[in-house]
Design a protein around this ligand. Structure first.
Ligand SMILES: NC(=O)c1ccc[n+]([C@@H]2O[C@H](COP(=O)([O-])OP(=O)(O)OC[C@H]3O[C@@H](n4cnc5c(N)ncnc54)[C@H](OP(=O)(O)O)[C@@H]3O)[C@@H](O)[C@H]2O)c1
Length: 312
């Protein structure tokens, strides 16, 4: 995979990465196995994946610790660690905090948990209400000058908030929700990012499994399954998503792969995206993810997929 430059920074990464909220993210997902998490990260790095997307919020630092354990066995320059912070648990509640001192302490603490000297990409995970965005990003710029981080990101920021954060031109990358069925950022955010030379990474690229091809129209979910209360897994949106996924099946057959690879390949071919970070629950899911980098869609196939999902 050709490497892609992150914003105006010196960071370069292979575009297919790994999302790690299921690596140690016990506060977000029940019954996670840490040994599965460790094996997932190791399998990803051994398969040539470089970009690991983590956050303090994933297990209150546990995801960072597990990643730190695995990357110690790999040459540091072969791994691109993307990390995030903003959740402040110090009052007993979860409060979003972008205060410069809080961000600086978050980076210092994360470096210890990751057992490394620098973090390649550091995102403000969510905006807070009070801190001027350029002050928060200014703190990250100081951390960059100190060699503790290499690229500056913001996540879950609106277009206006990204503009404010990028007042001094320091922002390299944005990570927001975007998928084949959630295209809100295309109209306004993407043109601004292109003009400002800011990279974009989507989260939820597989829509929590909905776009892997493993679900079909006739499926229903038990009352105690959280998907039975999620409109994406029920009702009209579920039906139309499954109809669009059916359009991918013959394309997948033509390339001798599954729907999941076609979906990931579509993101890799999308000129507005810098990288894609599908999440995996266990090492067994890594080969399927990695296979997507070997598929090449024709322009007709790319456009057909684009059209089929853009009207949902
Ligand atoms: N910045 C933010 O605020 C933010 C928010 C959310 C997520 N993120 C990041 O984005 C990443 C991606 O999001 P996500 O992991 O929540 O969702 P996702 O990538 O849309 O979906 C991940 C799910 O896809 C399924 N999957 C993956 N590989 C598979 C395979 N080979 N075969 C079958 N199924 C497969 C698994 O489902 P099962 O679990 O059913 O096996 C996995 O849990 C996260 O890990 C995290 O790093 C960032």
């Amino acid at each position: 995979m050709d490497k892609i430059k992150v914003g105006k920074s010196q960071v370069e990464t292979a575009p297919l990465g790994l999302g790690t909220n299921k690596v140690g993210g016990h506060n977000l997902f029940p019954n996670l196995s840490e040994s599965d998490g460790l094996e997932t990260v190791r399998a990803a790095l051994e398969s040539g994946i470089q970009l690991l997307d983590t956050a303090y919020m994933y297990g209150k630092g546990r995801s960072e610790e597990l990643i730190g354990e695995v990357i110690a066995d790999f040459p540091r320059d072969q791994v691109i660690v993307a990390d995030k912070a903003a959740h402040d648990f110090s009052s007993g509640d979860i409060v979003l905090n972008n205060d410069p001192q809080f961000l600086k302490k978050s980076v210092d603490d994360a470096l210890k948990r990751l057992n490394t000297d620098y973090i390649d990409i550091f995102y403000i995970h969510f905006p807070d209400e009070n801190t001027p965005k350029s002050e928060a990003v200014g703190a990250l710029q100081e951390l960059r000058e100190a060699g503790k981080i290499r690229a500056i990101g913001v996540s879950n920021f609106t277009l206006e908030q990204v503009k404010e954060a990028n007042q001094d031109g320091y922002v390299d990358i944005v990570e927001n929700y975007y998928s084949l069925i959630h295209r809100d950022e295309e109209e306004k955010l993407f043109p601004y990012l292109k003009d400002a030379h800011i990279s974009f990474v989507p989260y939820f690229p597989l829509e929590k499994g909905l776009l892997t091809g493993k679900y079909t129209k006739d499926m229903t979910f038990a009352e105690n399954d959280s998907r039975s209360k999620d409109e994406k897994f029920t009702g009209k949106l579920f039906q139309s998503t499954m109809e669009a996924v059916d359009i991918l099946r013959p394309i997948a057959q033509r390339h001798h792969v599954d729907v999941l690879q076609i979906v990931l390949t579509w993101y890799l071919a999308n000129p507005s995206l810098t990288a894609v970070i599908p999440g995996a629950r266990n090492a067994g899911q890594i080969p399927g993810i990695v296979q997507s980098a070997k598929v090449e869609l024709s322009k007709e196939e790319y456009d057909l997929i684009d059209r089929s999902f853009s009207t949902l």
